[in-house]
Design a protein around this ligand. Structure first.
Ligand SMILES: [Zn+2]
Length: 324
């Protein structure tokens, strides 16, 4: 699994760096984002940026979203945000809605906007991560914070972030069930979905799932194959969709609550990339020719598409399918 992580870091530095260098400004500003919470059911809350619905409907990037689940014993939070400011907003929402101790925090991936806030949580909060996430943080933390400062800007609080160890680890294909006191929560690995350390959180009573980054937001946002592995990602997302009842609620990594049907857009896109890139390989096209040919105009509208699709996803698919 280590190869995935190294590829992810290289790809991310190359493409994300290149994409934002021209803009000279972060895609969203962690000093400005305001998070709001939405009650989905008894003790079940999503949180997301106050402008999420407006931005996502225009295909614009949205800051990180997450949620929290409240049981008799305490609260589990899903993702801990990029900096102290945003993490404190999350803790403030938990206090306002539940006023119970945060006993668990899950990181859906190693990405800083989902995990840097760990260090601001109370000492008694148990951090839950995938084994791969822990491995990545153990070996790449300094590189990762530099990369995040490059992309999210200096003076956004990333300078002071320190790595935190997980208290509970989920292994490959693993699943753990936690009892928050009258509230069960499942934390699952559906396979490689973006980083290889991707965790999905499921609250069965309200039928709510948090996906982290593998599902960015509603259409027209597109998946980012930061770690390559088109085929494994496609398979994992199909498994996630098959797992979900039609009336479930899905909280994506960067947007407001959506439906299981909204996941289909992402699956259809990856299927189309797979089919067309495979056809290009069969015709003997080079990577450059394939990028020029596989345009997929039916999947437009996402503001970051001009680098996500030709700069990241098509090359990742080309590499993955060429290796078969
Ligand atoms: Zn993210």
């Amino acid at each position: 699994m280590k190869r995935n992580i190294i590829t992810a870091a290289l790809l991310a530095t190359t493409f994300f760096g290149a994409a934002t260098a021209t803009a000279n400004e972060p895609v969203w500003d962690a000093n400005k984002v305001q998070l709001i919470s939405e009650k989905l059911d008894d003790g079940v809350y999503a949180y997301y940026p106050s402008d999420a619905k407006e931005l996502e409907s225009k295909g614009l990037p949205v800051a990180t979203s997450g949620g929290f689940i409240v049981g008799d014993k305490g609260v589990l939070i899903i993702d801990t945000m990029l900096n102290k400011r945003l993490n404190m907003q999350v803790q403030g929402m938990v206090k306002a809605e539940a006023n119970k101790p945060i006993i668990y925090a899950v990181n859906t991936s190693s990405h800083g906007d989902h995990s840097y806030g760990n260090m601001y949580l109370p000492k008694e909060t148990k951090i839950i991560q995938h084994q791969e996430t822990q491995n990545y943080i153990d070996t790449h933390f300094e590189h990762d914070t530099k990369f995040m400062m490059q992309n999210f800007g200096k003076n956004r609080g990333i300078e002071e972030v320190l790595p935190t160890d997980a208290d509970i680890l989920v292994g490959d294909g693993g699943k753990i069930t936690l009892d928050l006191g009258g509230k069960m929560v499942e934390i699952m690995d559906f396979g490689f979905a973006q980083t290889g350390g991707d965790l999905f959180i499921w609250e069965p009573e309200s039928k709510t799932m948090w996906t982290g980054n593998p599902i960015v937001a509603v259409k027209p946002s597109l998946p980012w194959l930061l770690g390559g592995h088109l085929l494994e990602t496609l398979e994992s997302l199909q498994e996630v969709r098959a797992f979900l009842p039609d009336d479930a609620t899905v909280i994506p990594g960067h947007g407001s609550p959506m439906t299981p049907d909204d996941i289909q857009w992402h699956i259809d896109y990856l299927e189309a990339v797979k089919t067309q890139v495979q056809a290009a390989i069969d015709d003997g096209l080079t990577l450059q020719e394939t990028v020029a040919k596989v345009q997929l105009p039916e999947f437009t509208g996402y503001a970051l598409r001009n680098w996500v699709h030709p700069g990241l996803n098509v090359p990742a698919a080309y590499k993955d399918l060429s290796a078969k």
